[in-house]
Write a protein that binds this ligand. Structure first.
Ligand SMILES: Cc1cc2nc3c(=O)[nH]c(=O)nc-3n(C[C@H](O)[C@H](O)[C@H](O)COP(=O)(O)O)c2cc1C
Length: 245
């Protein structure tokens, strides 16, 4: 067998296939669910303004113009711009029983990820690390300070990270998805986040801002920055947002 077939990538794809011949059994045991979304009740909550959609954007133009922009500046975003970006990412658009349905699809409506932000420069929002509270449409302030150098270093020194006004950080909540989908969760979580990131990029385009997805990062350095354990919750993806230079 070729060596690459013994590697993790092949094992992962083969091991997480659904197949008519193979019953869906595993040895994972009971998996405790970590709840539908995280909250930080001790943290100060900054409610975001409800986004104003009176100015329409043309979807076809946004699709045609969307680009990963690395030449952004640290000039301030407004709270309204940040609110629209976060609404595009995970705004609640309907309720179905216990489910809070969002702007992006998610396998089983589980939304097995959490949204954090490093706010470098947003008018009216002090610099620091925040967690997005999906139900309250607000930001829990986790830690104040300038983390620009730290987040850039943790992103392999990419200048695009240094030149952003905001970096959105998404973690995978493994157990929230594994409880239902078991090993197949490792397929679904990145799919879910792909949808979310595309929404952010389209919203940034509509607002005349630049954004760039970031997959190249030292996972545990970002995990330490946002203070998550790196196992049950671990960073998967980020996106930078800023004014175009
Ligand atoms: C999963 C994923 C990870 C990415 N990671 C990075 C990254 O770490 N740094 C970067 O500059 N661009 C990153 N990109 C952006 C791609 O380089 C970009 O999407 C690609 O070159 C196509 O260009 P476009 O998005 O402007 O159409 C990533 C894109 C995706 C979808």
């Amino acid at each position: 067998m070729a060596d690459y077939k013994k590697g993790l990538a092949f094992t992962y794809v083969q091991g997480t296939k659904y197949s008519r011949e193979r019953p869906h059994r595993d040895q994972l045991g009971a998996i405790p669910s970590p709840g539908r979304f995280k909250t930080y009740p001790e943290a100060e909550l900054l409610r975001l303004p409800q986004p104003d959609f009176s100015e329409p954007a043309d979807l076809w133009q946004c699709l045609a113009r969307r680009r990963s922009e690395r030449n952004t500046t640290q000039d301030p975003l407004s709270e309204e711009e940040l609110s629209k970006i976060l609404w595009a990412a995970q705004g609640i658009t309907a309720r179905a029983g216990m489910y809070l349905l969002r702007t992006a699809p998610s396998a089983g409506a589980l939304y097995p990820f959490e949204t954090y932000l490093y706010v470098h420069n947003v008018k009216g929002v002090s610099q620091g690390i925040y967690h997005f509270n999906v139900a309250e449409f607000g930001l829990a302030r986790l830690r104040g300070g300038d983390f620009n150098e730290r987040i850039t270093t943790a992103s392999l020194g990419q200048p695009v990270v240094r030149k952003a006004a905001v970096v959105i950080i998404w973690t995978a909540m493994m157990l929230r998805c594994m409880e239902k989908y078991r090993e197949r969760a490792v397929r679904y979580i990145p799919m879910d986040l792909g949808h979310v990131c595309q929404n952010v990029q389209l919203a940034a385009t509509a607002l005349g801002l630049g954004s760039c997805p970031i997959g190249a990062l030292y996972d545990d350095e970002i995990n330490e920055l946002i203070e998550v354990d790196g196992e049950e919750e671990t960073v998967l993806y980020m996106v930078t947002v800023g004014k175009l230079s």
